[in-house]
Write a protein that binds this ligand. Structure first.
Ligand code: M6R
Length: 655
């Protein structure tokens, strides 16, 4: 959830650290900080604020150096404050640590360390790591008299008194001792962690390790770099290494990197090529990433469907799927496991896979799936959907499904991410980096891929003819142009949003895949505008939710309860109109999403967003776009930060 960066090399590290933290701010933004080794000492600067403030604080300070680590925090243990901000230090201020994750045994470690004389200053779980490295380093350096005296004194005296001692660093000590101290520390930790560690006695060296939390490493012309995620690195390198659990990487200023397994054995890791560009990770003239990403969706759909159809054979291709037609025929159940927006994409996938391939599909919130002993056999296909490839709940569900013998297919956006190593098969969505916390283009890419997968399963099970598959595929090729058309009418959507922005609660109603579109639309609205929003299958509202419509506001249209109704042409269109009548009769302000050419809907409400006609099964792809714009416009009208909504982080790497 937090963002970590590290740079060691031949140039000033500050720019890399600050730019990298800006690019990782979607991972957390409660507080930020950096530490640099310089002139035999260690300097640390932290703010209880966003990275922009940290940049100002750095400019106003004398902190400098060519080797450093940085952190942007999403608080788990300890309130957001300067003292809880990372990096955290040991007693002597010689060792600095940045951490993403949760150290589960931190209380027990803290008690032991306190009994040994270590003084803690923060409420975080992270601080134990700094003191543990200090302790292990001291033990390993036991035979070195100068170090021994210095380390022993550190715990007994204050940090200021140590400055004189720090002026004479023990350069004689081998970097190996530092690495070994970190290795011993990692062996003592349980929980999830990605760690970047500096030691003043080893300037120019960063030691990193991880367990269950992501860490990407690379070297470049100017040195060696590490970060929690690719966007922080792509300006420097596109050849990256993903560290495995409890492995260690030692980054040196000459750009060389050593990799050690948990037993301390040197190894050569696999390198992955990332084809994202720096432009992908920048706003590119848009006021926020969310709007940029919404506007990228025509391209995303184009990329998602490209090269999936073989005109010669008239067949859809899924060459990445290692399952034969016989194995696919044997699949008796599909589970889709995911969280948040990815879960909503899964709901669309269920509708389509069941309709076309007749395989029963169960969509499960990943955090529930793993604790409820689901019925999984070797004939079960599990689709794990996760944009980031890092979501802890989804990863645990994947592990459980694999243990139970299922074939697990990951649908993810991030090359080499954790889920790609946990699942047997990976299908990449073609969204490119998504920076805004609110998922938009990744949702469309997930739905497009699930649509193709649904068609493919039906094709392989001989339930759809080549002509039927080809016809739907041809219609999918029209989607980018249709999305362009919707984007061109953003002003109409913004107008409707302006009329709903003052409400306390909004309801979303739809039927079939229209209901799944509503679930995602309501999530978008509540997460970025803090306007309470709930979605329901339209037929359900009369069984309870309709009570939420407050007739008191009916005198003032701006205070009426907004009900967003997805009322596209479909088999249930007439039923939707009846549901709209029901909410209107209770004083709701209806915003209808309707198909171009619909003449009936305008008789019910003046707030109609028309979108081009598409086959019902493809409508979540087009209909989600106006709902994204609607949510964003309301968030802006309410003065919210659309890219960094409160309390959230983009990658949720803790359970
Ligand atoms: O990276 P993932 O797809 O696994 O993330 C799952 C959710 O955390 C994510 O979709 C979240 O709900 C978004 N903020 C929604 O916009």
């Amino acid at each position: 959830m937090c963002g970590i960066v590290g740079f060691t090399g031949t140039i000033d590290a500050r720019e890399f650290l600050l730019n990298g933290l800006m690019r990782l701010e979607y991972r957390g933004y409660d507080s930020a900080g950096i530490a640099l080794t310089h002139g035999g000492g260690l300097q640390v600067l932290r703010v209880k604020d966003k990275v922009a403030q940290l940049r100002k604080a750095v400019a106003a300070s004398d902190i400098e150096g060519s080797c450093g680590i940085g952190h942007t925090r999403w608080a788990t243990h300890g309130v957001p404050s300067e003292v809880n901000a990372h990096p955290h230090c040991d007693c002597s201020g010689t060792i600095a640590v940045v951490h993403n994750g949760i150290i589960e045994n931190h209380e027990q470690l803290r008690e032991t360390l306190q009994a040994q004389g270590h003084r803690f200053v923060s409420q975080t779980d992270t601080e134990v790591v700094a003191h543990l490295v200090e302790e292990n380093y001291a033990a390993l350096c036991g035979q070195h008299p100068k170090l021994q005296a210095r380390l022993a004194g550190a715990c007994a005296t204050g940090q200021a008194e140590q400055q004189a001692a720090l002026a004479a660093p023990a350069h004689a000590a081998e970097t190996t001792l530092f690495v070994e101290a970190v290795r011993a520390t990692v062996a003592q930790l349980s929980g999830s962690f990605a760690l970047g560690i500096l030691h003043a006695d080893h300037p120019g060296t960063i030691v990193v390790s991880r367990n269950d939390s992501p860490m990407v490493i690379g070297s470049c012309e100017q040195g060696a770099v590490v970060a929690s995620d690719i966007p922080a690195l792509i300006e420097y390198t596109r050849e990256v290494v993903y560290l495995d659990d409890r492995d260690l990487a030692v980054l040196h200023a000459d750009g060389s990197i050593e990799y050690f397994d948990p037993a301390g054995v040197l190894f050569t890791p696999t390198t992955y090529h990332v084809d994202w560009s720096i432009e992908d990770a920048e706003r590119g003239g848009y006021p926020d990433f969310m709007l940029k990403e919404i506007h990228e969706q025509p391209r995303v759909i184009r990329d998602s469907i490209a090269q999936r159809f073989d005109a010669a054979s008239g067949k859809l291709l899924f060459n990445e799927l290692p399952l034969s037609a016989e194995q696919l025929a044997a699949v008796d159940r599909v589970y889709i496991v995911a969280c948040g927006t990815s879960y909503h994409a899964g709901l669309v996938g269920k509708e389509l896979i069941e309709a076309w391939s007749r395989i029963p599909v169960q969509v499960e919130v990943a955090s529930e799936f793993r604790y409820r002993n689901p019925i999984v056999t070797s004939d079960t296909l599990v689709l794990a959907i996760t944009q980031s490839g890092e979501t802890a709940d989804t990863l645990e569900a994947v592990k459980q499904a694999r243990t139970a013998g299922a074939h697990v297919v990951a649908l993810t956006n991030v090359v080499g991410s954790r889920v790609t190593r946990e699942a047997q098969t990976t299908l990449y969505i073609k969204a490119r980096p998504e920076i805004a916390v609110a998922a938009t283009k990744s949702f469309l890419a997930q739905v497009a891929l699930l649509t193709l997968l649904g068609l493919y399963l039906a094709q392989e099970r001989a339930l759809l003819s080549a002509a039927q598959v080809g016809e739907i595929y041809a219609e999918m090729q029209q989607l980018p142009a249709q999305i362009e058309q919707i984007l061109a009418h953003a002003a109409v959507i913004e107008d409707a949003a302006a009329q709903c922005a003052q409400a306390d609660t909004a309801l979303f109603i739809g039927r079939g895949v229209g209901a799944t579109t509503c679930y995602e639309g309501a999530l978008k609205l509540k997460e970025i505008s803090y306007l309470h929003a709930e979605a329901f299958a339209a037929g359900e509202i009369k069984h309870g939710p309709i009570a939420l419509i407050d007739p008191a506001g009916s005198q003032d249209p701006l205070l009426q309860t907004p009900v967003v109704a997805v009322a596209l042409q479909s088999a249930t269109y007439d039923k939707m109109l009846a549901n709209i009548e029901e909410v209107l009769a209770r004083g709701a302000r209806v915003v209808a999403l309707a198909t171009e050419g619909d003449t009936r809907i305008a008789k019910l409400t003046d707030l109609v967003l028309y979108i081009p006609p598409v086959r019902e099964c493809l409508s979540p792809i087009t209909a989600s776009v106006p709902l994204q714009l609607f949510a964003r416009a309301i968030a802006i009208a309410r003065g919210c930060d659309v890219d960094q909504p409160r309390n959230l982080a983009k990658s949720v790497t803790v359970e």
